[in-house]
Design a protein around this ligand. Structure first.
Ligand code: GRG
Length: 265
């Protein structure tokens, strides 16, 4: 669990949670509440770490390297890797439940936050997206199906990361919707940039094997490098546009969108 969670990843999802929470609660930083919100952000990273463990298993991507190091199952064995993933997932739920209870929010219940997390992970989220990815035949994959798969497999956790940050800061429902729109487009753009890095970057730059998608249908396969880049830029444009009601205070989220556009790992 420790190995999976503390490797040199980018921490983009928990950063999104914290940036969103900060946006709706400028006094949070100095208060005890900020520690609880940090726990919620860590829970988001635990779910991500769990998803990477499972994604890398021989039965799925069979990946040897991740974050510049051997994958969890290569170091600890498949049995321990699966248990570590499940334990991280369970710890994440517990942290969100404890956090939500201690925050005692006005607009959201503990069930609201847990439900958002569970929905993002389940058949309508990461797990469903991954299952469809594994079971789709290459000839049936068009842009619509590919977008569906990746907005679930990858996008759903970005959405949950943003939404949990907004909920933890007791943001109004309409602000939660703004964040959900932003994170949905950001998440899909992130996946497209991941596909681009798989063909354009080196393993040293990404910390994982590249060229792994050769046999897969990806955004780059369907649209070419330029087309995929244009789609990512368009989605990031939508993401940034949706922040208009929040004004300048949403600038850190605009910076996150810019990071996704320019990222090299
Ligand atoms: C039970 C949570 C759970 C998941 C099971 C395996 C699976 C279902 C889903 C796979 C989800 C997945 C790994 C999607 C790929 C997302 C992606 C682009 C990961 C790379 O994220 P980065 O670049 O990685 O943020 P770092 O290492 O920086 O954290």
């Amino acid at each position: 669990m420790h190995y999976a969670l503390t490797g040199p990843g980018k921490r983009l999802r928990p950063i999104l949670t914290l940036a969103v929470a900060d946006l709706f609660g400028s006094r949070l930083r100095l208060s005890r509440r900020s520690e609880i919100i940090l726990d919620v952000a860590c829970a988001v990273e635990m779910v991500h770490a769990c998803s990477l463990i499972f994604d890398d298993l021989p039965a799925m991507d069979d990946a040897a390297r991740r974050r510049g190091r051997p994958t969890v199952h290569r170091v600890f064995g498949e049995d321990v890797a699966q248990l570590a993933g499940l334990a991280l997932l369970n710890r994440a739920y517990a942290l969100v439940a404890e956090g939500a209870q201690r925050l005692a929010l006005r607009h959201y219940t503990t069930e609201d936050m847990l439900h958002h997390l569970a929905a993002a992970i389940g058949t309508g989220g990461l797990i469903g997206g991954q299952a469809l990815d594994l079971s789709s035949r290459p000839e049936e994959l068009d842009l619509t199906l590919l977008e569906y798969i990746h907005s679930h497999k990858t996008g759903a956790l970005f959405m949950a990361a943003g939404e949990l940050g907004a909920m933890a800061a007791d943001a109004r429902r309409r602000d939660l919707e703004v964040i959900a729109r932003f994170a949905k487009n950001l998440g899909l753009a992130f996946q497209i940039s991941d596909d681009l890095l798989d063909v354009l970057a080196t393993p040293e730059e990404t910390g994982k094997d590249t060229g792994k998608d050769e046999a897969k249908v990806t955004f780059v396969k369907l649209l070419g490098v330029e087309g995929a880049h244009a789609l990512a830029t368009e989605l990031l444009g939508f993401a940034v546009e949706s922040l208009a009601p929040l004004g300048r205070k949403a600038d850190p989220l605009r910076e996150i969108a810019r990071f996704v556009e320019l990222r090299g790992r």
